[in-house]
Design a protein around this ligand. Structure first.
Ligand SMILES: [Zn+2]
Length: 380
């Protein structure tokens, strides 16, 4: 195999003529490999926007360098000409090169690898591994995603979706995120956390595709339900099991507090400090004192232990769909029950889209009745 063919295969570049390879000293103790390249005649003098062959205007700013994939521990740069072309449609632009995207300072293979890594780990880790900057990784990801997004309609064939908000950075900054439950992929996201943002998703989806939605999972926010009811009234709104458990925990605590109040009003002493968490935590997570407290409550006060049993079964993991899914109701119905209401426990119906989510939220901490927006300030 010729050296040029070997270099092209190792660096993942095509339609390129390798003119030479040399080492250069980057620092006192480190050398970099510089590969001198030029596009093949067929790939040269192309407009970066439309890809047409165009007349060469001038040599531009002369030679450029593009960071390429490392060879072992050695950093590699491609060096080649970057002339300007005069496109009839797009004007004077730097000519496209077959090894890199327009305006990129790294080869397409390098950007693809950095983007793949960024999808699986922190950008700072990617930057350290690829020996580039955090900001450069961000730019590469944006460029690769923009290229992949061109011509791809991710809102096609949606049937069962999930809508939720996600906080980012510090303060109250939120993204509305829509996932396709059938593929498990994020299909839409936008900054904001209000009805206008949810409506923007349905605007992008269009009425015809919205009419084909069968299930929409979301949390207990009625402002999301209102938009779903307005834009996709035929879809079943599926309650996120996390919030169902949260409401159940609040209902249990309400009963406990009422009974405690009544006992105190009747002149009885209430000294069991373990009762609160004995009722709220899952049986597997109870301490010895809490187990004793729960046994005592069951023995002496059925009113309090009954809702606890209902809440525990609500969050129990089991192969039965009914126990892992939240309740569903048609978008055109009045909507979900509020916190403290008894309707939360009314016959949850099996709902596929929420099953996957219930697994991820079934950690011992989350099964205790909701930790994300839990109000108690301390926990034993
Ligand atoms: Zn053009």
């Amino acid at each position: 195999m010729r050296v040029s063919s070997l270099v092209k295969a190792l660096l993942g570049i095509e339609h390129v003529v390798v003119e030479g390879v040399r080492f250069e000293s980057a620092t006192l103790d480190r050398q970099v490999l510089v590969v001198r390249v030029r596009p093949t005649r067929r790939a040269s003098a192309r407009c970066p926007d439309c890809g047409r062959r165009c007349p060469v205007r001038d040599a531009g700013d002369g030679d450029r360098r593009w960071r390429s994939l490392d060879l072992g521990s050695t950093m590699v740069y491609l060096e080649g000409p970057a002339p300007r072309v005069d496109c009839r449609r797009h004007g004077v632009l730097v000519a496209a090169v077959p090894w890199a995207r327009h305006q990129a300072r790294a080869t397409a293979a390098f950007e693809d690898q950095a983007t793949w890594l960024a999808a699986h780990t922190a950008k700072s880790t990617v930057a350290a591994l690829m020996r580039t900057s955090w900001r450069a990784v961000t730019t590469m990801v944006a460029r690769v995603v923009a290229e992949a997004r061109d011509g791809a309609d991710r809102l096609q064939h949606l049937r069962r979706i999930g809508i939720d908000d996600k906080s980012y950075k510090k303060g109250h900054k939120y993204l509305m995120v829509v996932v396709d439950h059938d593929t498990g992929r994020v299909v839409w996201a936008k900054e904001g956390r209000d009805q206008a943002t949810v409506r923007a998703f349905f605007d992008a989806l269009g009425p015809a595709r919205a009419a084909r939605l069968t299930h929409v999972s979301c949390d207990g926010a009625t402002w999301i339900h209102d938009v779903i009811t307005e834009r996709a009234p035929q879809a079943l709104i599926c309650m996120d099991p996390f919030h169902v458990q949260q409401w159940a925990g609040q209902a249990v605590d309400e009963v406990r507090r009422r009974i405690t109040r009544e006992a105190k009003a009747a002149g009885q002493s209430v000294t069991d400090s373990s009762s609160r968490w004995a009722l709220l935590k899952t049986p597997q997570a109870l301490t010895g004192a809490q187990q004793a407290s729960l046994a005592h409550i069951k023995k002496t006060n059925g009113r309090c232990s009954a809702p606890t049993s209902s809440r525990s079964s609500c969050g129990r993991r089991s192969p039965s769909a009914a126990s892992t899914a939240g309740p569903c109701w048609p978008a055109s119905s009045p909507g979900p029950p509020g916190p403290g209401s008894r309707r939360w426990s009314s016959s949850p119906r099996p709902c596929g889209p929420t099953r996957k989510r219930s697994r991820t939220r079934s950690t011992p901490e989350r099964r205790t009745g909701g930790s994300r927006r839990r109000t108690p300030t301390s926990r034993p």
